[in-house]
Design a protein. Sequence first.
Length: 264
Amino acid sequence: MHRLAPLAALLLAVTGCPAGGPTGGPAGDLDAIKARGRLVVAMDVGYDPFETLGPDGKPQGFDVDLVHEVAADLGVQVELKNVAWDGIVGELQTGKVDVIFSGMSITEDRQRAVAFSEPYYRVGQVVVKKKGDGRIKSFRDLDDPQMRVATQQGTTGEQAIREFMPKAQLMKFAKTDEACLTLIQGKCDAVVFDHPFLLKYVTEQTTELEGLWQPFTEEAIAAAVRLDNQRLVDAINATLARLRQSGRLAQLEARWFPRLPDAQ
């Protein structure tokens, strides 16, 4: 996303001293992962369609499928850890997990804190409003002191509001679905967030909202590992290359991501 890690977590990458890995060896070290037989993965479950809980109570989604592809290429099992977004970078930096697969956007600040794989998806920020609200025809219409614009805190949605609509009243929530509920209740004027999540929410969860589905930003999504674990980055990139070349990546995208209405 999506989301922006807190400054303290990013600073840990520069100043902190990471602990040992989940069962010995530095976290993310390829030899240690293979020796333990498990790839320990952090994700903030609830970012549909990247990762969400399925009917059986287990995580499912685009990221989950990608993780299993990487693990299969490494010859290991997968251990998924559901980690709150505010602590997810710290979980990586302190050696509690090997990698983050959680719809993480590549940003300049993060590139100083973690090593990213090649991008495996691209998202953009979009606007959702109450159905029939003629005041809002573009994201630019939200740059108004009278407009109350909601998003998930600590995300690139929050960053987009601050950058593109600084005059608006920013409303921050722990989860994006809380922001959407606030909009349905008429307590804000719009929600700004990543298009895959909002498109699924509007098409599957409510009939009271509509979207301006042309994204006004573009963000590359990638896996994140510790800066000193280039071998794991290379392994992830090798899996992504295989998936692209075989057409499997396109199949997974078609399975999990709804198409933007103007692209249908």
